[in-house]
Ligand binder design. Structure first.
Ligand SMILES: O=C(O)CCC(=O)C(=O)O
Length: 284
């Protein structure tokens, strides 16, 4: 059977609390709701199962695949019959005990088909606004991630990873039709860069970009921006929301992607002879 040329993606902007069981149950209900509304690929937010913050990662961390979050997500993907990009959870690696910010991905049979450990840790210091140092407790992943579906390849990054265009570009050159980022920007960098980065990655690579944030909780120590968004290969916003709990939907249309790439053919016009290896070019 020919691959379908269009399918629905959905991002669940989940209200996340400090009660893990409640978060998992809420996520499962919303995954089933998105599926009933036609979604074939469902995305959860960064740190969807627990409170986000360096002081919380250890307390909430689980092993993969032997933790309760993986069990719940696998069952939810199967029951909903969807591909599921399971946001991220704090992961404890055994026996090293090292912690990671990790996204797990499931196929519609509930098989765990990919795992992305956040590659670029969120270490920033904007004086008077926000200081955050994920590397105080987390380790960074060492590989780039994409997975196959019958619709096409999908790339995955987590939040701060979106600031690194090289990662998205490699995904595009590997044939990805979309890059998906569970993420939780904040009240400083959200209004500054959240939408801009998504549209930039989409236009750079002429593919779809989707982001999925937790809903905003003003009583949390880290307040998420919200505004989960889906962008098309022209950089146009197909779906977005505000800061409250919500589910957004859009079609990923492979004919549209082809048309955009044919109309402005930068994909085939790159001068790799001039920039074969960007890092090498910095060496004098
Ligand atoms: O890049 C930013 O401004 C925010 C990143 C972030 O919140 C994260 O990586 O968790």
């Amino acid at each position: 059977m020919a691959s379908p040329s269009k399918f629905k993606i959905s991002c669940i902007q989940l209200a996340v609390s400090s009660d893990k069981s409640l978060n998992l149950q809420n996520a499962k209900n919303k995954i089933l709701e998105a599926s009933k509304n036609g979604a074939k690929l469902v995305v959860l937010p960064e740190c969807f199962n627990s409170t986000y913050g360096v002081q919380y990662f250890d307390r909430f961390a689980e092993c993969i695949p032997n933790g309760e979050s993986v069990k719940t997500l696998s069952a939810a993907a199967k029951e909903a019959n969807v591909y599921l990009i399971g946001g991220s959870i704090p992961e404890r690696e055994e026996p090293s005990g090292k912690l990671y910010n990790t996204c797990t991905v499931y196929d519609p049979e509930g098989n765990l088909i990919a795992k992305h450990r956040k590659v670029h840790l969120f270490d920033i210091d904007i004086p008077g606004k926000i200081t955050f140092q994920e590397s105080a407790t987390l380790n960074s992943g060492n590989s780039l991630t994409c997975f196959d579906t019958e619709y096409g390849k999908i790339g995955v990054g987590i939040c701060y990873d979106i600031r690194f265009p090289e990662m998205a570009m490699i995904a595009a050159r590997r044939g990805c039709i979309a890059m998906v980022y569970p993420g939780a920007f904040n009240l400083t960098t959200g209004p500054l860069h959240w939408e801009l980065l998504q549209r930039a990655r989409a236009v750079d690579n002429q593919f779809y970009v989707a982001t999925c944030s937790p809903a905003r909780d003003t009583s949390a120590s880290y307040i998420a921006w919200g505004y989960s968004t889906i962008v098309d290969p022209n950089g146009q916003i197909l779906a977005t929301t505000d800061h409250k709990e919500d589910i957004i939907y859009a079609d990923i249309d492979l004919e549209h992607l082809k048309t955009v790439r044919q109309s402005i053919p930068i994909y085939n016009q790159r001068r790799f002879d001039l920039y074969p290896n960007v890092a090498e070019n910095f060496k004098e």
